[in-house]
Design a protein around this ligand. Structure first.
Ligand code: CA
Length: 514
């Protein structure tokens, strides 16, 4: 540091001013880079918290208990229009790592085994030639760039970035120095340590399963819930990074609240009036919150909270089409439908960002943001450069976070592309492309094809399809959608009668209009 030009004494009379200007970059460079924590809860719906992300608290908010998330929210910014990159797991998780939308990566559906297409069959449509394997060791990733920049990069929990049998199934091939219990599967065989987190332990069947959680052998046979074990494993990693005076990037991704819905018995008392499945689900929610609390407490105890960015979010909307208690498709109300769907219940997620000194505590933003914004935001915050040959779809959210949202476009096009049939039936669960622009959302259903248009400001529940009433807007947005498809290279479903992709949206609309 003493050799830095700005640290030399001025040798000229005008040197005071020059010296200050030269010192500024030195001081900036010397500022400690922020630690980064991304909490990516699995399948966490927009209502799966005790704090409202809607204008008012809902009955579902009253059902759940997440005091640590509430505390986090009080110290940062709550995003009411935050979105997952897709309505299922792998597309969003890989979007976080790449800063690219799934339309561009062609990781438009969830992965499991190498070269295996997990899409369900559908009459008239087939999935395009999508990336069946997810990310590989060759891909540019957020943890890889941070690791190169000197960060200790720690993954804990569900990875699901790449298929079993490929390099991407192991987070340490994707830039994470530490991998706690992550691999190619998107769900645990069991949440219970008494089951060894395995199928054999849960069912008594012999042999291993692809769903068995790896790497937590020391908890086998113990009375511990998976989310608790993951938090326990993370804390010493934080200690080590701080002791080594190394900035850290923690990606904490509890397998919860994904299926199998299994209760954490320690929390059941609070929910004894609920349907048993919903009581179990509520304990999974309380468990992620308890883990969040443990991590926040350790960050506080280590004295690094003031220099830590914390982002809390989810990889898709809450499960509602099957496996839940009560009527289906209403577990994200007032949003429509849930995981797997093009509707808001499938993609709108709870999101909180804290960043002491930058984000004003107790603030809310209604600016639409999406998973792929996080990479450019976090790289900018850490002073890390994005390689010139790596396309990024996201935008640096710093203007929004620092209350300079006037410098940020509120009406940019955010696009989703899922040319796949998901596993359970329900509203909006079919192959689609959609865009949000300002308050408006246009959905292009690949089967038909057909369009729906919603005004999300007036109708967050997507109950009134305005496509017939607003033909001009449908035309303009279909053009926007087609431009977005061409820009990103997003793939449309194949027409099984021809083997070719269906018509692009503006072209399809032109052929539908007399
Ligand atoms: Ca998920």
């Amino acid at each position: 540091m003493s050799d830095a030009p700005g640290a030399r004494p001025p040798s000229h009379g005008y040197g005071v001013c020059m010296c200050i200007s030269l010192l500024i970059p030195v001081l900036l460079a010397a500022a400690p880079r922020p630690n980064i924590v991304v909490v990516m809860v699995d399948d966490l719906g927009w209502q799966d918290t005790s704090m409202p992300f809607h204008e008012t608290a809902t009955p579902l908010n009253a059902r759940y208990w997440t005091p640590h998330l509430e505390s986090l929210a009080r110290s940062g910014m709550v995003f009411t229009n935050a979105y997952a990159a897709g309505p299922v797991c792998t597309p969003t998780r890989t979007s976080l790592l790449t800063g690219q939308c799934p339309g561009r990566t062609h990781i438009t559906y969830w992965t499991l085994h190498r070269d295996q297409d997990t899409s369900r069959k559908r009459d008239r449509l087939a999935a395009p030639d999508w990336n069946l394997n997810g990310l590989t060791a060759e891909d540019t990733t957020l943890p890889g760039l941070l690791q190169d920049a000197g960060y200790r990069t720690i993954h804990a929990g569900k990875a699901h970035f790449g298929a079993h049998g490929t390099t991407g199934s192991d987070p340490t091939n994707l830039g994470f120095e530490v991998n706690i219990a992550g691999h190619g599967s998107g769900a645990p065989a069991s949440y219970l340590g008494t089951h060894d987190f395995s199928r054999a332990g849960k069912t008594g069947k012999e042999g291993s399963s692809v769903w068995d959680v790896p790497g937590l052998e020391k908890y086998h046979g113990q009375d511990i819930y998976l989310t608790e074990a993951l938090a326990q494993e993370v804390l010493p990693e934080l200690d080590r990074a701080v002791a080594d005076e190394q900035p850290f990037f923690l990606h904490f991704a509890p397998y919860a609240v994904h299926t199998p819905i299994m209760a954490n018995a320690r929390h059941l008392d609070r929910y004894d009036t609920l349907h048993p499945r919903e009581a179990a689900y509520a304990t999974m929610i309380e468990s992620y919150d308890e883990a969040l609390g443990a991590i926040l407490e350790r960050i506080d105890d280590l004295g690094v909270r003031d220099n830590t960015i914390i982002i809390f979010t989810s990889d898709n909307g809450g499960l509602s089409a099957h496996a839940r208690g009560g009527a289906p498709h209403v577990h994200n109300a007032p949003l429509r439908s849930g995981k797997g769907s093009c509707y808001e219940g499938g993609v709108r997620v709870p999101t909180v960002v804290t960043w002491p000194g930058q984000v004003e505590p107790g603030t809310r933003s209604d600016v639409p943001i999406v998973t792929w914004d996080l990479l450019p935001t976090l790289l900018a915050a850490s002073g890390t450069t994005i390689p010139g040959d790596h396309a990024v779809d996201g935008r640096d959210l710093t203007p929004v976070l620092t209350d300079q949202a006037g410098d940020f476009p509120s009406d940019r096009v955010i696009g989703w592309n899922q040319p796949h049939q998901w596993g359970a039936p329900g509203p909006g669960i079919e192959p689609f492309t959609s865009i949000r622009k300002g308050q408006w959302k246009l959905i292009y259903f690949h089967d038909g094809p057909r369009f729906e248009l919603y005004d999300l400001d007036a109708d967050i529940g997507e109950t009134q399809d305005l496509a017939d009433l607003e033909p001009q807007r449908v035309h303009a947005m279909a053009r926007d959608m087609q431009d977005w498809i061409e820009e990103t290279g997003a793939q449309l479903s194949l027409d099984t009668s021809t083997g070719n992709p269906i018509a692009a949206p503006a072209d399809a609309l032109a052929s539908m209009t007399p």
